[in-house]
Each structure stands twice: as structure tokens, then as C-alpha cells.
Design a protein around this ligand. Structure first.
Ligand SMILES: NC(=O)c1ccc[n+]([C@@H]2O[C@H](COP(=O)([O-])OP(=O)(O)OC[C@H]3O[C@@H](n4cnc5c(N)ncnc54)[C@H](O)[C@@H]3O)[C@@H](O)[C@H]2O)c1
Length: 343
């Protein structure tokens, strides 16, 4: 029988791509989301791609009793992938309490229930923000953490610490996946990033500007100590990222994991600046972007990219898409999304 996996934040950007990968790899996925930054309509597209309609629960994880009902209803949940969180770095600087409450209470509730209902595998969405403002890259999993540059980053550092403390006292095995910068969309063009709130990540801001939804876009700072003055990040295609979650579950279920908690970086190991990303988009799509240089944005780190050797060696994961694929698929998705919004 296929193992049942509860995916929190499942109708969000990375969650929806992961549902597709899980289903294609033979897992039985259950979707949970409060739809604060997404819509369950994405499950229609997931069905169109995979042929399977996931059961869905519109539930806020901060509500312990409602979340417990989902566990009661589903019986044997073997694994959890915990995506649900608020994620906008800049917004978290202005709304720290909202971020701490949402991201930490939801994690505590899902951990308590994972223990009570004998879940075997727990995969947590962590982030390269845990490394803080590092002075050199690439960073590997042992790179010491600096002070996180934003309350959002703090919630990821605290989340990992909570997992490190709690998991060894349970029968659960956990994996913290530290994503670098997820971008792009499923190549079929049916799903992609479609937040309710205005996106703050670079690639959707680029595509929204190119399609005319925004009249221009701002590059936050060109006076950093980088090769062209703009911030450097490591962009990873969302389908590569999604597949890493399936491999993380496989790793735990096949008893390859000895330690209670493992940590893996997920990036492509190459740093590109904001201005280089803009140029790549223009080159790949033939569109020209209306952008201007603005002041630095609070909470942004200067430059960070990954060493992902551990994920390659242990999980058998390696990225299949490059930055041009990211731009191509993000642009196909943006054009489709605008058509869907106009219907
Ligand atoms: N996208 C990125 O750049 C990035 C980078 C590193 C880490 N992450 C982490 O990956 C995870 C998924 O990110 P995403 O880009 O798919 O974001 P997203 O906003 O598209 O998805 C998150 C989902 O969680 C839901 N959610 C939030 N709080 C909830 C709650 N209390 N109860 C139930 N549902 C709730 C939202 O409605 C949303 O659908 C997050 O934990 C995020 O912090 C994202």
C-alpha cells in the first residue's frame, strides 16, 4: 500500500509542485493549507498533471484541535512534509509577532501531533536564511550560523533548533531541508508561483513586471561588495526542489538515516547576482525589463550560495534544471497565469 503523507502548506508554491512529485513517485498525498497565501484551486491542476485528486483540508495549523481532526480522519499518516509558514523576509521585519506566532505555533502543533500519531518521517522546510549574513560562500551544512537577518530567518533557525531538541525524544526521524532560492515552474505550465499576497521574491517580481502587472521593479541596492554591486543568490528550480522532498522521505523510510535529525542544503551551487538574473531573463525571453536601482532592503544578506554535495551523496539528488530553464518555465507560467486570471 502507498504510504500516506500529510503535506502542510500543500497548495502553496513549493507544496503544489511537491504534491505532483510525491504522487508520481507513488506516495498517497493529503493536502492541508489555510489558503492564506494560496488557493485550493491548484489541486485541479495537480489532478490534471497526475490524474489524482488529493484530499484537501482547509485548516489553520495554529488551531491544534482542527489539525488533530485531520489526523483522526486519515488514520495512518506515515510522513509529514511541513511547508506551511509565512515567508516574506521584508514583511517579517515589520510584522515580527505575526511571523513568530504563525511559524512557531504551527510547527509545535504539527510536531505534537506527529508524536501522538506515530508518524515515522518529518521533513521541514528550512532555508539558507539560517546561515545569516555569511562572509564567504559556498556554505555547507556545517557552516556556522550568523545572527539571522530577519524575524523570518529567526523562525527558521528556531524551527530547526526545536526539531533538533524534540525529535531525539520521539520515534520520528526528521530532515531539515535548507532551500536556497526556489524559482521557476512546472514545465507543463499548469502550476507555478501564484501567491495571494504580492510576491517579494525576485523571479515572480521579474515576470510580473515583464507582463505589465507591475509598471516597474526595483533592484534593492547596487552598492554591495559583489561583482556588480547587487546581491548574489543560488537559484534552484522548484521541480528539482520538490523531488528532493520525495528523496528525503525515501531516505527515512528505507532506514538509511541513522541520526534522529539530518540536514541538507538544496541549491545548484552557483551564485548569480540580481542584475545577472535580470539579464538572463531578458536573453531567454526576448522581453526587456523596466527596472530601477533602489536602496538596500532591510533583512537582505549580501551573497550566499550552496555546497550541495551532502544531498548528492546521501539522497542521490542533483539538480536537473539550470537558470535558463528557471526563467523559461517561470515566463511560460506567468503568461498562462494571466490568461487564467482573466477568464
Ligand atoms: N519560496 C522561497 O523562496 C523559500 C525559500 C526558503 C524556504 N522556504 C520555505 O518553504 C516553505 C514553502 O514556501 P512557498 O514558497 O511554497 O510559500 P507559499 O506561501 O507559496 O506556501 C506556504 C503555504 O503555507 C500556507 N500557510 C501559512 N501559514 C499556515 C498555517 N498557519 N496553517 C496552514 N497553512 C498555512 C499558506 O497559505 C501557503 O499556501 C515555507 O516554509 C517557506 O518558508 C521558501
Amino acid at each position: 500500500m502507498n504510504k500516506k503523507i500529510l503535506v502542510t502548506g500543500a497548495t502553496g508554491y513549493i507544496g503544489s509542485h511537491t504534491l505532483v512529485d510525491l504522487i508520481e513517485q507513488g506516495y498517497e498525498a493529503v493536502s492541508l493549507d489555510n489558503e492564506s497565501n494560496s488557493s485550493k484551486d491548484v489541486l485541479d491542476a495537480v489532478k490534471e498533471i497526475t490524474g489524482y485528486r488529493c484530499p484537501h483540508h482547509t485548516v489553520d495549523l495554529c488551531d491544534y484541535n482542527d489539525t488533530r481532526e485531520v489526523f483522526l480522519q486519515h488514520g495512518e499518516i506515515k510522513g509529514i512534509i511541513h511547508f506551511a509558514a509565512l515567508k516574506a523576509v521584508g514583511e517579517s521585519v515589520g510584522q515580527p509577532l505575526r511571523y513568530y506566532e504563525n511559524n512557531l505555533v504551527s510547527l509545535l502543533n504539527i510536531l505534537k501531533l506527529s508524536q501522538e500519531f506515530n508518524v515515522e518521517a518529518f521533513v521541514f522546510s528550512s532555508s539558507c536564511t539560517v546561515y545569516g549574513d555569511v562572509s564567504t560562500s559556498p556554505v555547507d551544512e556545517n557552516t556556522p550560523w550568523q545572527e539571522a537577518a530577519s524575524p523570518y530567518g529567526q523562525t527558521k533557525q528556531m524551527g530547526e533548533k526545536i526539531i533538533e531538541n524534540v525529535i531525539p525524544t520521539t520515534n520520528i526521524k526528521a530532515i531539515n531541508l535548507r532551500y536556497f532560492n526556489p524559482a521557476g515552474a512546472h514545465p507543463c505550465g499548469l502550476i507555478g508561483e501564484s501567491p495571494r499576497n504580492a510576491p517579494q521574491n525576485l523571479v515572480p517580481v521579474i515576470t510580473e513586471t515583464a507582463i505589465g502587472k507591475r509598471k516597474d521593479m526595483t533592484v534593492f541596492g547596487d552598492d554591495y561588495s559583489t561583482r556588480d554591486g547587487s546581491c548574489i543568490r543560488d537559484y534552484i528550480h522548484v521541480c528539482d526542489l520538490a523531488h528532493a522532498h520525495t528523496l528525503a522521505l525515501d531516505y527515512i523510510f528505507s532506514k538509511k538515516q541513522n541520526k534522529p535529525v539530518e540536514v541538507f542544503n538544496l541549491g545548484i551551487g552557483d551564485g548569480l547576482s540580481v542584475l545577472e538574473i535580470i539579464r538572463t531573463f531578458e536573453e531567454v525571453t526576448g522581453e526587456s525589463l523596466n527596472y530601477r536601482i533602489g536602496p538596500r532592503r532591510p533583512g537582505d544578506v549580501v551573497a550566499i550560495f550552496s555546497n550541495y554535495e551532502k544531498a548528492k551523496k546521501e539522497l542521490g539528488w542533483s539538480p536537473q534544471y539550470n537558470v535558463k530553464d528557471i526563467m523559461k518555465t517561470a515566463w511560460i507560467w506567468e503568461k498562462n497565469r494571466q490568461k487564467l486570471l482573466n477568464i
